[in-house]
Design a protein around this ligand. Sequence first.
Ligand SMILES: Nc1ncnc2c1ncn2[C@@H]1O[C@H](COP(=O)(O)OP(=O)(O)OP(=O)(O)O)[C@@H](O)[C@H]1O
Length: 593
Amino acid sequence: MTTGSSRTPETGDAGAVWRVAGPVVVAKGLRDARLYNVVFVGEERLPGEVIRLDGERVTIQVYEETSGIRVGEPVEDSGAPLQVELGPGLLGAIFDGTQRPLPRMAERDGDPFGAPTMARGISIPAIDREKEWEFVPTVGVGDEVVPGDVLGTVEETSSLVHKVLVPNGVSGPVTSVEAGPARVEDAVAHVGGEPVAMLRRWAVREPRPAARKLDPDVPLVTGQRIVDTLFPVARGGSATIPGGFGTGKTVLEQSLAKYSEADVVVYVGCGERGNELTEVLEEFPELLDPKTGAPLMQRTILIANTSNMPVAAREASIYTGITIAEYFRDQGYDVAIMADSTSRWGEALREVSGRLEEMPAEEGYPAYLATRIAEFYERAGSVVCLGSDGREGSVTVVGAVSPPGGDFSEPITQYSLRLAGTFWALDTSLARSRHFPSINWGTSYTLYDLDEWFESAVRPGWTENRAWARDLLQQERTLLEIVQLLGADALAPPQRVILATGRLLREDFLQQSAFDEVDAYCSPEKQFHMMRVIRAAHEGIQEAVGRDVAVEASAAVPAVAEIGRMKYWPDAGAEKNADDLIRRVRREMGGLN
Ligand SMILES: Nc1ncnc2c1ncn2[C@@H]1O[C@H](COP(=O)(O)OP(=O)(O)OP(=O)(O)O)[C@@H](O)[C@H]1O
């Protein structure tokens, strides 16, 4: 994050600390302060952000521990709002909530998740200034360019070409452009005589512009069966994952981060425990993309703001993340941002608001909570990017919510579900019975209609399979209620068929282990073929019942046990395996009498 290092001394406006209350500092004497400007507090120059102006009192949320700051210490206004640095070198990076590179801080200070007072006042540039990138121009001298046009590219990783765009507010003829190695601050081109470097800055609270929004009609394939088949999210759409303690939010967010078909993934670990993020930091660099075989870290940016880091920086981490996501979207990429957890973020808002002595609204949260959550989800979108080539990009937002006591009526869950297009409700009783992912198929939903895409891109028949599975699960639910009241004997054979198939669907399709090397990712094609087999088993049991064969006998044929092993089939041979198994199911069930 740029904390005003580019300011000139003339713009610096100086005041003094007047009051300190936790992460909130009130200063006086800053004549030119503006809302959301970055200021430096105290002798240690701790960065903070102006969050309220009240006469001569300027209220600041400070992004670092304020202990030891005394009344009268200097406060300086940088004259600029909170910004992130954007450019080659972001992929694979690990930042804190204000975009300080954690590995380089750790080199200085040891464990980055250790002491809450770590690294006070240190300012390390987010993007490496010395690294050289091979710049390949895509324009020539004399070409007329407008904001968003691609000036050239650098190969940031083996799987992603970073596009260097004409910045906002710059247009005209290219007056010079130079191929070859360049550092991020070097001018790689001149447009209308203005130098253009690769490094950009952007105020985090301001959405980056695009030419226009598109209807989200392509799914973000996740490789998670219940998600893709029953409740898919669109590229450029949004999803929320509420779940009580231990229901699997973090595991699901991480599976999405690992396996979603996004070009770039921004993972914001917000207020989670340090050891959970350490796991992520250790595990991610080891993982390979199931599609390309390239290290997953090459497409990932991690933003870590753990529960022991200063609370105000947690609020910033979401904005830092989404701004970086939009930056890659603008290059024409599909980006997914996962935030775990927005509840911890809401708690940061609540804490700061409490220090400001604002009138609390629902459950002590500030009245502007809903607006803030909306600002985050509304930055999702599929767009035509700025620039003349009409390229398209998207940001998909996935936010986890940890409602206290698993109570979904609390404000953050309620606001999130009003805003997000997909709702994956994690269920405590499913988690307790070790049914993972514990997405409740009765209460979850998606508002995106993506059937057409699946029909043409995966297989015709996808929609019908999906409708069949949903209907069957719904019927099973109703029947299970009857069984609870009256016992299984109350059911007629056709109803028992539904229970038998419902079980197959739940155990052999919806359950998916995030920790099994093969099962953790399931392609839509394999999902389709697995569903075909389960439907064939359903028909087989139904036919057998028509011949007066007991449901239990059909459900016990050896081929049914093989259905339980479909998860471990390799993706590649799924179609043939499914054909073979369907034949076996028919043969074995057909032979019963
Ligand atoms: N898809 C899955 N496959 C296998 N096990 C899972 C899966 N999802 C969750 N689990 C199990 O559930 C446990 C809890 O998951 P997780 O830590 O994600 O929960 P959480 O909702 O994030 O918890 P917290 O409320 O503590 O943040 C995991 O350690 C794991 O054992």
